[in-house]
Design a protein. Structure first.
Length: 275
């Protein structure tokens, strides 16, 4: 009986801790949402320009010379269909990372309000999750705009199926988590540009957004499959155009593990942050 009572007490304690962590995370998120909600159109449109340029230049321009069954699989009617899921992945990555990084940098380096956040009696992991959730919402705003463009161009309603949307959320979580870590690490906005130039831009082109990684030489495959965007791109492409039996299910746990690992790292950074 004593053992059962101790076990029940431990379960209640763990449940209580989880509820507190969730409530604190939502509190931090709500603070960012109050700022975001007045800029919904601006945020949604800001990350739409680059995907639209890529769609026009590659999908409608260069794409007319790329035939299904040669450079891309015969599962697609044209190159535009092939790159649209990659554009969703690309836009969600860019805004989730950039918006989160600049938001934290603004609080740390300019408004000087970040110290107040660090002094709040909230678990460091909740601080990270709250900021990450705000980044996820930013990414969903922009990727939602790209999905709308994809629906208008293709009429493919699979862009709204639950599996596709779940992958978009996971991709946003990964890069929003990375954005939190970079935002806590940099000492100037110039440093943010370095991270963007050496991580985000190369990943934009190497993350299987414009090509099928299966066609690459083995040495390049190793590099491409080390990038989380690759798993988002191939997963979104499969969810939008391929039958469920051909879906790469490994992409979901890989993105989930990456998001969890970045959350733990972000919690550690918050716990040891000194501004």
């Amino acid at each position: 009986m004593k053992f059962q009572r101790a076990l029940l007490s431990g379960k209640r304690f763990k449940t209580s801790q989880f509820q507190i962590l969730l409530a604190d995370s939502l509190t931090i998120f709500w603070g960012d949402w109050l700022d975001l909600r007045v800029r919904v159109v601006q945020v949604a449109a800001s990350g739409l320009i680059s995907p639209l340029i890529y769609i026009l230049a590659f999908g409608l321009g260069l794409g007319s010379s790329i035939k299904p069954g040669s450079a891309i699989s015969g599962n697609y009617d044209n190159y535009l269909e092939f790159i649209l899921p990659g554009m969703v992945a690309l836009s969600s990555m860019t805004i989730s990372f950039g918006g989160t990084t600049f938001s934290i940098c603004g609080d740390r380096l300019f408004s000087k309000t970040f110290e107040e956040l660090l002094l709040t009696p909230i678990h460091p992991l909740a601080l990270h999750i709250g900021k990450m959730l705000a980044g996820v919402v930013r990414g969903l705003m922009t990727s939602g705009s790209v999905i709308l463009v994809a629906l208008l161009l293709t009429g493919n309603w699979n862009f709204l199926n639950p599996l596709f949307l779940a992958l978009v959320v996971l991709n946003c979580a990964v890069f929003a988590g990375l954005g939190v870590i970079v935002g806590l690490s940099v000492r100037s906005l110039e440093s943010v540009g370095l991270y963007n130039n050496f991580i985000i831009i190369p990943m934009s082109f190497l993350g299987a957004t414009f090509f099928d990684p299966g066609t690459l030489p083995a040495a390049l495959k190793v590099v491409v499959y080390l990038l989380p965007l690759t798993y988002a791109s191939i997963g979104l492409r499969a969810a939008a155009h391929l039958p469920l039996s051909q879906f790469p299910w490994y992409s979901i746990p890989i993105l989930l593990v990456a998001a969890i690992a970045l959350s733990l790292w972000g919690g550690y950074k918050f716990a040891h942050q000194q501004d």
